[in-house]
Design a protein around this ligand. Sequence first.
Ligand code: FES
Length: 158
Amino acid sequence: MSFELSYKNYEKLQKLFLRYPKKSAATLPALWIVQEQEGCIPMDAFEYLAKELETTPMEVYKTATFYTMFHIAKPVGKYHIQVCKTLSCMLNGRDELIKTVEKTLGIKPNETTKDGKFTLSLVECMGACGGAPMACMNETYYENLTPQTLEKIIKELQ
Ligand code: FES
């Protein structure tokens, strides 16, 4: 069966188009709608979205794969821990943060805990270099992290 938006989300998408000069300009919020519905962007959603956005599946795919916040074909856990791996964070303790997640949850980067609760990803700079090392838990930024503060945050969510 091919991908379809729920009726409610289809209506949401149609309303979204009213805010943009052309339908393809709504690619990012359209991808959000799909991800909220499915927990990721299923591969067959690209063709569906391309039709709705009056563009090509490749254009939608290129946009989705450019941004790390979109999860292609594979859902992430309820809590998505994204540890910044770029220079400032690397120099200020990134590796200790990664080890802390691995030790606390028993997962490596790009893995999800068996209960589906946590996924660990390593990402490029998230623009919070002044607070390095940092990690993001879903949409919340945590800066100036230490292994102890990160472990505490994770334990509170377990
Ligand atoms: S280097 Fe980590 S947020 Fe910029």
